[in-house]
Every structure is written in C-alpha cells, then in structure tokens.
Design a protein around this ligand. Structure first.
Ligand SMILES: *[C@@H]1O[C@H](CO)[C@@H](O)[C@H](O)[C@H]1NC(C)=O
Ligand SMILES: *[C@@H]1O[C@H](CO)[C@@H](O)[C@H](O)[C@H]1NC(C)=O
Ligand SMILES: *[C@@H]1O[C@H](CO)[C@@H](O)[C@H](O)[C@H]1NC(C)=O
Ligand SMILES: *[C@@H]1O[C@H](CO)[C@@H](O)[C@H](O)[C@H]1NC(C)=O
Ligand SMILES: *[C@@H]1O[C@H](CO)[C@@H](O)[C@H](O)[C@H]1NC(C)=O
Ligand SMILES: *[C@@H]1O[C@H](CO)[C@@H](O)[C@H](O)[C@H]1NC(C)=O
Ligand SMILES: *[C@@H]1O[C@H](CO)[C@@H](O)[C@H](O)[C@H]1NC(C)=O
Ligand SMILES: *[C@@H]1O[C@H](CO)[C@@H](O)[C@H](O)[C@H]1NC(C)=O
Length: 765
C-alpha cells in the first residue's frame, strides 16, 4: 500500500513528452500506415510491397511489426529523414513516431499501485446463471491475463468455435495448457530488448487485463469477494462468451505499434467484439491518422467487429474524452449502488459515517485515544502541513498509540494512502481523514490499518467532540459493504468529458457504465499485503473507465449472440437509445458534485440491462458514413480510397465536404456545433431501421427541448411495413431568441406501444 512519489513523477513526466518526435520515450520506431490490406487496386498493393521492401533492403533488423491481415503497414526503426520521405510516397496514409498509450485505471497514486480488481456484479440481480456457451469471441487488448483465475474456467462451455483462427502463444510462464474452451486465444508482442513497454509473456503481471477480461466475459464464480467484502456471485457481462487476449501493455504503458499488431491479429483470428481500456493522453490530441486505436478500430469495424473503448480518466474538465472516432463505442464511468462503509464510533457511542476499505482489528467500542493532528505537530513543522498530516509534520512521540484526526479537506498534494502511511509510520493507531466528497467515492484500500474517510460535512461533529472533552476516545469499525446505496448511478469526477476535440459534431462519450469500486478477478501472486488472518484474495476492487468499458463490451457480446445479423453500429444504437438518465431515487442522474449530468458527461445515459435487447429501431451507421466523416474532417478522396477496403470505385468525397456535415452522419445521437455561425437554423437527417418483431408498426416523435429552442421533427410519425423497414426523418433546430449563449441539451424520442427509442442532442455555440 506504499505509494512511490518518485515513480509517479517519472510516469507523468514521460507522458508529457508523448507525441513529440524528440520525445525521450520515442524508441526510434515509426509506424507507417498504408490503409486497407486487401485493396482492390493492384497498383496500390504493389506500391505497399515496394515501400516495405525498400526499407527492409537497407536494414534487415529495422522491421518491428508487419501489418497485413486487417490493414496494411509496418513499424520499423527509421531515421527521421527516411520517415519523412516515406510519408510522401503514394499509398502511404501516415507515418508517426510509435506512441505510448496509457491504461485507464484511475489516475494518480492508485494507478501505479495496481492493487485491486475482479468481477462484474452490478448486474447481479438481472443475469441468469446460465451454463450454456456462445460462439461469440471477445478480444481484450490489455496487460495480458492470469489464466488460472476461476473466472476463466471453461466448465460447461462447448468446444472452441470452428470459425476461430487464433492461437495460444507460448511464452514465459504461459503455454497452450493455459488456454481452454473459455480462454481460446492469447497473443503478446515481444520486441527488441531495451524497450520496457514490450512484454515477454501473455501472463498478466499488473492485474489490469485480468480484471477487464473477467468483467467482460468472466465465467460465473459463485463466491467471489475482496477478503470477504462485496461478496457474491461474480460473473462477467457475458459469461457464455469466449476470450481472446492480446497483451500490448506493460507497467510502462502500451506501445502503439503493438496495439496495431493486436488489431491486425484480432481481425484475422475472428473476434466479434474488441475491448480496449486504454488510450492516448488528451493533452496531445492525436489526430485520427496517427492514433493507433482509431486506425485499428476503423479496420475492425469495417469487417463487422464491434470496438468499445474507455473514454479516459481525465475528467471532470471538458474536452478530455479520447477514443472518440465515430466508429468506436466510447464508454464513461459511474458509481454503482454499493458503498464501502467504515464508520467511526466516538465516546458516548455517537456514530459518524466513514467510507474506505479496511479490515480494522480495533474493538468495536470507542476505547482508543483520539487526537487532532494540529495538536501533535512537530515543533518545527508548519501548522497547515500538520493539519493535513503531511509526511514529516507529526511528532511521533505524541502520535504513538492514538487515532489521529487529519484534515485533508484542501489537500491536493498527498493521496489518502500516503497520509495513512505517514500516520502508521509515526506509530499512530488509526486515521480519521476528513476528505472532499470526490475522494471518498473511490474507496481507498488500507489493508488492516484502521483508516477511514469522513465528509467535510460531518467533520465539525468530531472536531467539537475532540474539543469538548479532556480524554476524547473513538474507534474505527472494519468495512462493511452496503448495497442499494442511493443515489446511484452517479457520474464520477474522473470520467473524461465531451465535447470531443476530434469533432464537436459527434457527441462523445456515447454511454456510461459502472466504473467505481468494481470487484473482478486479479493476479494469483500480487505482492499486495494480505490483511492479518486473511487468505490471499484472487479478486480486487479498482476504479476507472477501464472498468466501465468491459461492462459494455460484455453486454455487446450478449447482444451480438442474440442477434447475429446485427451490425456493430446496430448494437451500439441499441445500447444508446435504451439508456436511462434516471437514478435509483427516480431523479435525474447527477455528477458527484451534485449538478445534473449532461450528454457531455454520459452521452446517451447509463446502460440498462434489458432495454438493448428490445430496441425497436436502430440507427445504422454505414462504412460510407465513416468514409464521409474522413472527408468532412479534411482527408481527400485519394486518401480515403487508400484507407478503405470496401469503398466503391466510384467513391468521391462530397463536393462541399465540411465539418458541419458531420452532424448529418447517421449516428444515434445528434450534435451540432457552431450553431450561431450556422445561422441559428440547422437541419439534420436521420434514418432508422425497424428491428422489432412487428413488421407493421407506427412510431411517433416526442421532443424534450429547453425553452427558447424550436425542434421540429418531419415527419413526426413513422409507419413501418413489411416492405419499408427503413425510414428517414429530418430535424430542424431553430432558436427563438437571438443567439445561443450556452450549450443546450435535449432529446428526441420515437415511441410505439411497445418500444422507446431515445436520441440525445447537443447544440453548441
Ligand atoms: C490505384 O492506386 C494508384 C496509386 O495510388 C492510383 O494512382 C490509381 O488511380 C488507383 N487506381 C484506381 C483504379 O483506383
Ligand atoms: C445464481 O447462483 C447463485 C449461487 O449459486 C445463487 O445464489 C443465485 O440465486 C442464482 N441466481 C439465479 C438467478 O438463479
Ligand atoms: C505447460 O506448462 C506446465 C507448467 O510449467 C507444464 O506442466 C505443461 O506440461 C506445459 N504444457 C505444454 C503443452 O507444454
Ligand atoms: C487465419 O490466420 C492466418 C495467420 O494468422 C491468416 O493468414 C489467415 O488469413 C486467417 N484466416 C482468415 C479466414 O482470416
Ligand atoms: C476547538 O478549540 C480550539 C481552541 O480552544 C478552537 O480554536 C477551535 O475553534 C475549536 N474547534 C471547534 C471545532 O470547536
Ligand atoms: C507473478 O508471476 C509473474 C509471472 O509468472 C511474474 O512475472 C511475477 O514476477 C510474479 N510476481 C511475484 C510478486 O511473484
Ligand atoms: C490528398 O492528400 C494527401 C495528404 O495530404 C496529399 O499528399 C495528396 O497530394 C492529396 N491528393 C490530392 C489529389 O489532392
Ligand atoms: C429543413 O427541413 C425542412 C423539412 O424537410 C424544410 O422544410 C426546410 O426548408 C429545411 N430548412 C433548411 C434551412 O434546410
């Protein structure tokens, strides 16, 4: 539970330089991306071969990866001059320094500790204990896997699907016996020595990949818990599915060239869904053609593979969402209805609510002396430092044997874990830590040290008590997990927010799912300190959009299994149009600071378990839509022709291509930027496809719009028949007042007797 501030610094430092060619993390490798692999254009195919051969001829050892299944290109050690010259060759879309992307577990201290994780339990009441199996393969691009985890047992699962074309690579501590009918594929991307971002085995040494894989697809495990906490049946979003693991990350991050190789392999292997809980830093705004995830995902989606990605953990600032290409399903994070309570009992048996994960060995009666940290200040220490219990500020001789009350209300320097270490190392018996609300939402894990976090609202109760008596006493109770906690879900502060810097005319993120204090499978050998009297827990509790993404990937696998003919965009649409904006108190979902959540926080809303199974209508986003998007953001016809394998030979970018037209792409949400500049009257069109059981069915439109905004839907009734399964409509947004002063949010809902199909919209200045 010790944090390492030096390592932390180095880590952030590395990322600061990411994306610059002079970056200290640049390994001399460039990615050369050349578009579709099986282009119908023979000239192009021979150009590609020629470019690669000319590089190889110069130096046999320079090739790091060769991409040829899903798309065309390679990664190689090149001089800056060679890289620049290759970029000019026909058929080359982009050449960029091999970037490092990062995992989307919560930023800061916890990120380096990697000390918690395991199973999806937020659906605990809605999933059946099915033991049947499905041929859907969910690919996880992450830190590898701990194959012995119970979540990856293949009990009750049928033979490996005949369409599977993947492999189980042998590596250090991992061989084909580690794969089974559940875990059907495992690949990793070793490389030239000296690059710490490349791994030597599929085996997970961080826990992150094991956690995300079990969240998406873990088999049902009847008794899972974190040392007895959050106990229950653990199962992934789609336990019947198969898993294919692509290890691309190490503790130093995830190499772009490996991520592309994973996409390339996953496409040839035959996965159905890909889940990525990692991304570029929002500071660098990689453009689409230098972002390995955007490139890889494009080719996967063009072949019918659905790709879900985490939105990032750089919230709550706006414009922080990453993985925002329109072909990706982008996932934000919320809390769940479970709270980890570790309460404080004061003398006189007054109970004060606290939140943390600890296995406090203290007696349940308040019999331990309690001291405010200010009063045990080291003589030469600063009073502010002592109030916050910063390292070196406390007088050990006075701390010893006492529970210390520390005020971290405005602490922006040290993590709760670092404060607990300070108190513990000074001989303190326990810690009561006053913290801002957002720091309590993510439960800190203190092992068996009695430490808990209390809100600033209840802090005066304890402070007054300490003042009012000459011998204040207290105790800290061991954590109990409380379910049906309200309100939930709530947007968590770290979840990255829209609008997207890629394009404000596509709303991102798309959807929100549970990503706080999530229990799932973990390493079998982590070095985490085991609380006294407990046996090692092969489960862990961690937080991040890393955890929310696989909830959605697993669910998407279930949808694909039930509806094998649905496209990736139909699945995305079903998930988005059935999302809820209401919490378990039947009030609108809020952020953790109490403000109403907006589509910039959660896209269409929070994923529901049953809605996507019966969407009624879906918005199909076609490859042509995506190609038009490439035109609208500024690529020319020649480049778009190189990128796509399915592009018709007659394709050309629409004449008046501009970013405004992005609003017209057939997406399940609507986003219109520059509304004032666009004349304050904007039309968009959408097309819906009837996927309900009924051939003959009528839908009517209802609009929820803020006052001052006119939203006209034409037609406002859609009548589907056996022969017209697909119908279009227009929406005209116009302002009654002079101009848009702030971004506006609303929704358009199509409903029939049986189905409701909701699309959020955003109008931006
Ligand atoms: C094939 O690719 C070459 C090189 O980019 C280009 O000049 C040519 O027009 C393409 N041919 C067709 C039929 O698209
Ligand atoms: C699933 O199994 C668990 C443990 O075996 C049991 O407690 C639970 O009731 C079962 N749920 C359903 C829906 O059958
Ligand atoms: C895989 O490794 C295990 C443990 O090292 C060993 O017992 C087993 O025989 C190996 N299996 C294969 C197929 O090499
Ligand atoms: C199966 O994998 C091999 C090698 O990875 C690849 O060459 C082949 O194209 C794949 N088959 C299919 C149907 O994708
Ligand atoms: C506690 O007592 C000190 C000194 O008597 C005083 O400054 C402080 O405001 C008191 N705090 C509370 C919460 O009553
Ligand atoms: C856990 O196992 C992995 C793979 O065998 C190994 O790389 C790692 O060093 C082990 N960790 C510990 C703490 O033993
Ligand atoms: C298309 O864009 C590429 C990359 O910017 C450029 O090299 C090429 O000359 C352009 N082609 C045409 C026909 O404008
Ligand atoms: C918007 O669409 C409506 C209905 O199709 C049409 O009557 C109107 O002229 C359009 N307005 C603009 C500005 O294109």
């Amino acid at each position: 539970m010790k944090s390492n501030p030096i390592l932390l610094l180095v880590f952030h430092f590395l990322f600061l330089f990411l994306g610059e060619s002079s970056s200290p993390v640049h390994n001399g490798v460039y990615v050369v991306y050349m578009g579709a692999a099986d282009s119908r254009n023979a000239t192009l195919r021979s150009d590609h071969a020629h470019i690669m051969n000319s590089v190889l001829r110069r130096n046999d050892n320079s090739l790091v990866r060769n991409y040829k299944h899903g798309f065309s290109g390679f990664a190689a050690r090149l001089s800056k001059e060679d890289a620049a010259s290759i970029a000019q060759k026909p058929g080359v879309v982009s050449v960029f320094p091999d970037p490092i992307l990062k995992l989307h577990t919560t930023r800061s201290w916890d990120f380096l500790e990697y000390n918690s994780h395991v199973i999806i339990d937020s659906n605990r009441n809605t999933l059946s204990n099915s033991s049947s199996s499905s041929d859907i393969v969910i690919g996880i691009i992450d830190t590898g896997i701990w194959p012995e985890a119970a979540s990856f047992s293949d009990k009750g699962i049928g033979p490996v699907p005949s369409h599977w074309n993947g492999t189980c690579m042998t590596s250090q501590d991992f061989n084909s016996s580690n794969c089974n009918r559940k875990l059907i594929g495992a690949r990793y991307y070793p490389g030239p020595g000296g690059d710490d971002t490349l791994a030597s085995s599929v085996r997970d040494s961080l826990g992150h990949g094991t956690h995300t894989a079990s969240t998406a697809a873990g088999s049902t495990v009847s008794v899972a818990s974190y040392y007895g906490l959050a106990e229950g049946t653990a199962r992934g979003g789609f336990p019947e599915s198969r898993l294919a693991i692509y290890k691309v990350c190490s503790e130093f991050g995830c190499r772009g060239s490996s991520i592309l190789a994973a996409f390339d392999d996953a496409i040839a292997d035959g996965v159905d869904i890909l889940s990525l809980s990692l991304g570029a830093s929002p500071l660098f705004h990689p453009d689409l053609m230098t972002d390995p995830i955007a490139i890889g995902a494009f080719h996967a989606v063009e072949r019918g593979i659905m790709v879900a990605c985490s939105a990032g953990n750089d919230g709550p600032d706006p414009n922080t969402v990453v993985n925002a290409a329109p072909w990706i399903l982008t996932v934000a994070a919320t809390t769940i209805d479970r709270d980890f309570q570790s309460n404080v009992v004061l003398g006189g048996n007054k109970v004060v609510k606290g939140e943390a994960i600890n296995f406090s060995p203290l007696s349940s009666s308040p019999e331990y002396p309690l001291i405010y940290s200010e009063t045990v200040k080291k003589s030469d220490a600063d009073i502010d430092e002592a109030r916050q219990c910063h390292p070196g500020s406390l007088d050990e001789s006075k701390v010893k044997g006492n529970i210390i009350l520390c005020n971290g209300e405005s602490d922006t320097v040290y993590s709760p874990i670092a404060i607990a270490d300070t108190v513990k190392d000074a001989g303190g018996l326990g810690l009561i830590h006053i913290t801002p609300d957002q720091n309590r939402a993510i439960a800190s894990k203190y092992g068996d040290f009695p430490a808990t976090a209390i809100s600033t609202k209840v802090a005066p109760t304890i402070l007054q008590y300490v003042n009012s008596t000459s011998n204040p006493v207290a105790t800290i109770l061991p954590t109990v997990s409380v379910i049906n906690y309200k309100p939930a879900p709530m947007m968590i502060y770290f979840s990255s927010r829209g609008p997207s810097t890629l394009s404000k005319n596509i709303l991102k993120p798309d959807i929100a799912a549970p990503g706080v204090n999530i229990l799932a499978a973990w390493l079998g050998n982590s070095t985490e300190e085991v609380p006294k009297g407990k046996k090692y827990s092969p489960y862990n509790i961690i937080s991040g959009t890393s955890m929310s993404c696989p909830h959605v990937s697993g669910f998407a696998g279930r949808l694909k299994s039930l509806n094998p003919t649905w496209s990736a965009s139909a699945i995305r649409s079903a998930i988005m149009t059935s999302a809820t904006q209401i919490n378990n108190m039947k009030t609108p979902i809020t952020t953790d600071s109490g403000s109403l959540a907006t589509p910039y926080d959660y896209g269409a809303g929070f994923i529901t378990a049953s809605g996507p199974l019966q969407p009624g209508l879906v918005y199909e986003t076609s490859t042509t839509d995506y190609l038009n998007f490439l035109c609208y953001i500024g690529l020319n016809t020649t480049t778009v022709m190189v990128i796509s394998r399915t592009v018709p030979t007659s394709f050309s970018c629409p004449k008046d291509s501009s970013s405004d037209l992005i609003s017209n792409i057939n997406y399940p949400s609507i986003s219109i930027s520059d509304f004032n500049k666009r004349g304050r009257v904007v039309n968009v069109s959408r097309t819906v496809t009837n996927v309900g059981e009924e051939n003959e069915i009528e839908y009517s439109a209802a609009v929820d719009a803020p006052s001052g905004l006119n939203v006209k839907v034409t037609p406002d009734k859609l009548k589907f028949t056996k022969t017209s399964k697909t119908l279009s409509y227009q929406v005209t947004f116009s302002l009654t007042s002079t101009s848009l002063k702030e971004d506006l949010f609303g929704s358009i809902t199509w409903s029939s007797d049986k189905y409701t199909v909701r699309s959020p919209f955003v109008l931006a200045k």
